[in-house]
Structures are given as structure tokens and as C-alpha cells.
Design a protein around this ligand. Structure first.
Ligand code: SF4
Length: 174
């Protein structure tokens, strides 16, 4: 069964604070709450990277959180979308060029959507996530293209005939 149709209607979000002042994190929570109701897009804030489609990151990326950021990103399955929330996450913002920050996350992971603002407003966060959903749909299509070019994948043809390899290992060398 293709997940393409369902992924766009029920994307799960992973939220990670990599050094923010919490301003943008509060705005994310406001966007998810009933007033702005980001959940109307079927979105669920989920704590597990292995089940998430959209990575919402806040903060200017401190040295101490670099490794964890990359680890979370690599644990997310493809296709995935990264949304940088707030000026800090995009460029370092007010923390730009401080001794302990990396001035944004795109040195370490690819960013699909940049949301400016200090703090980023719930309206902009919703816009950014909706843009992210379009990108997610596009990436899903790109992943499914090779399968389409080959025709529908026939599992029986794709499987290896293991009987060919039965017998004595020495026979196979001849
Ligand atoms: S952009 Fe502003 S509100 Fe958001 S984490 Fe940075 S300093 Fe805080």
C-alpha cells in the first residue's frame, strides 16, 4: 500500500530545541493549541524521530547540541522535511557569532523551509509547516519515481531464487 496519500494528511512532527531562549518553542505550542490549531492538518507532535516526517528545529545551534541534532535527523526515515523556526535557527539571530553557537543549523543538516522572526509567530509557523507539507509530497514522489520507471515492483521477480545456491560450496567455485 502506498503511503503517499496518507503521509500528507497525517504528518508527524519532531520538535527539537538546539539552544533557543524558548520564545519560539512557546510559539510552536501556541500554533498547535486550539486557537491556531495546526493539528487541523492532521499533524501530531511526536517525540520519536523514527516515526516523524517533519523536523521542527528552534535555536541557534549550540556546540553542545550539534551532535544530537545530526543524530535525530539521521534517525528520521526518508522522505523528511526540516523546518528552521525563528531567526536564531536560520542565521544565529541575536546569538550570532557568540563563542558557543554555530549561527544556524544549515551547516549540519539540509533545511527545506526557513521561518524568520524573533519569535516566529504562530501564523508564520503554520505557513512554514504547510510549505513543508508540499515539499514532503514532492520528495515522496521523487522516491517513488524509480519504482514507477521499473513498473510496479513484482516481489516474486525481485526475490532471489535461493535453490540456485543450494549444494556444496565447492561446486559453486567450478
Ligand atoms: S528567534 Fe528570538 S524568540 Fe526565537 S529562540 Fe531566537 S531569541 Fe528566542
Amino acid at each position: 500500500m502506498s503511503l503517499k496519500k496518507y503521509r500528507k494528511k497525517s504528518p508527524w512532527i519532531l520538535h527539537y530545541n538546539c539552544g533557543s531562549c524558548n520564545g519560539c518553542d512557546i510559539e510552536i505550542l501556541a500554533a498547535l493549541a486550539p486557537k491556531y490549531d495546526l493539528e487541523r492538518f492532521g499533524i501530531l507532535n511526536n517525540g520519536n524521530p523514527k516515526q516523524s516526517d517533519i523536523f521542527l528545529v528552534t535555536g541557534p545551534l549550540t556546540y553542545r547540541s550539534r551532535e544530537r541534532l545530526v543524530e535525530l535527523y539521521t534517525q528520521m526515515p526518508e522522505p523528511k522535511v526540516v523546518v528552521a523556526v525563528g531567526s536564531c535557527t536560520c542565521t544565529g539571530g541575536v546569538f550570532n557569532d557568540m563563542y558557543n553557537v554555530e549561527n544556524g543549523i544549515d551547516k549540519y543538516i539540509p533545511v527545506d523551509v526557513y521561518i524568520p522572526g524573533c519569535a516566529a509567530s504562530p501564523e508564520l509557523i503554520i505557513d512554514g509547516v504547510v510549505k513543508g507539507l508540499e515539499i514532503l509530497e514532492q520528495k515522496t514522489k521523487e522516491i517513488e519515481k524509480p519504482k514507477k520507471l521499473l513498473g510496479e515492483l513484482d516481489e516474486s521477480k525481485a526475490s532471489i531464487d535461493r535453490t540456485k545456491f543450494a549444494g556444496n560450496i565447492d561446486d559453486r567455485k567450478n
